[in-house]
Design a protein around this ligand. Structure first.
Ligand SMILES: C[S@@+](CC[C@H](N)C(=O)[O-])C[C@H]1O[C@@H](n2cnc3c(N)ncnc32)[C@H](O)[C@@H]1O
Length: 258
């Protein structure tokens, strides 16, 4: 397998990656919510509403079949002590809210350790129900009892610190993560319409891998996983069907914004 490389093909078939060779799989699959637009940004301003396209409207059955194939391949390539972090969210389909928990049926061979709530402060505006302001991150391990979990590297300041009670001012970040979405004027913003924040991926890569480990993203998009892996001295490997997005990822990797 070619490390530090994004393959321009569907991750339903990851033949380039041998069995049990990846330490962490982290990804955000297409949501299948009919995103087929993309704004074009220049100097942090929208200069056109037709940017890089992202076709996200498969028939539901085909969408689930695709995801099942990708997850089966991901389980195959994960090392026996490897972990998976899968970012998915609720969707409105024909007037009804569908939770993403159905995906767990495809992951019966894995061990579910957390359903993380990623919470943010804007987006999802509506005046007929409460605005949707969270997504899920399913954290699963291949082995029931053994996996990498570098808690020390991701501790956060404790608000209620009491020197008489606690050994340290830092605490476990818990399963509710408040991390802003990538806004239009954020420095990390690219033309990709569904980018996830570097800060979120940084926490996952730090906790689930060590330097030199291999991180797989089967839906690489604008290359956030690749960029953060490089910064943290991990190796990445990924798949992306749209060459335009691979170009965006390559540009980001060349610039390696610190
Ligand atoms: C939600 S986006 C990922 C965004 C990424 N996390 C980022 O920060 O830029 C999903 C990506 O998966 C790509 N994609 C969809 N189906 C794919 C497939 N079968 N194989 C590989 N990539 C696919 C889409 O083109 C899109 O860029």
């Amino acid at each position: 397998m070619k490390l530090n490389h994004i393959y321009n093909s569907s991750s339903e078939d990851m033949r380039e990656i041998p069995d049990e060779s990846v330490d962490l799989m982290v990804t955000s699959p297409p949501y299948n919510i009919n995103i087929s637009y993309g704004n074009k940004w220049e100097n942090r301003k929208i200069v056109a509403t037709k940017g890089q396209k992202y076709d996200d409207k498969m028939p539901e059955e085909l969408y689930r079949l695709m995801l099942n194939n990708v997850l089966r391949e991901s389980i195959r390539v994960l090392k026996p002590n490897g972990s998976m972090y899968l970012n998915m969210k609720n969707r409105m389909v024909k007037g009804n809210l569908i939770s993403p928990n159905w995906v767990l049926d495809y992951l019966e061979k894995m061990h579910l350790k957390n359903i993380i709530i990623w919470q943010f402060d804007w987006g999802g505006s509506t005046n007929k129900r409460f605005a949707s302001r969270y997504e899920n991150i399913f954290f699963l391990t291949k082995n029931r009892d053994k996996w990498t979990f570098n808690l020390e590297d991701v501790m956060v300041p404790s608000v209620n610190y009491r020197p008489d009670r606690y050994k340290t001012q830092l605490k476990n970040p818990s399963d509710v993560w408040k991390i802003p979405l990538v806004s239009g004027n954020s420095v990390e913003r690219t033309e990709h319409p569904a980018q996830y924040p570097e800060k979120m991926i940084e926490r996952i890569i730090k906790v689930a891998t060590n330097e030199g480990d291999v991180v797989l993203d089967p839906f690489m998009g604008s290359g956030t996983t690749a960029l953060v892996s490089c910064r943290l001295k991990r190796k990445y490997i990924g798949y992306e069907i749209y060459p335009d997005y691979i170009d965006i990822a390559k540009k980001r990797l060349e610039q390696k914004i610190e």
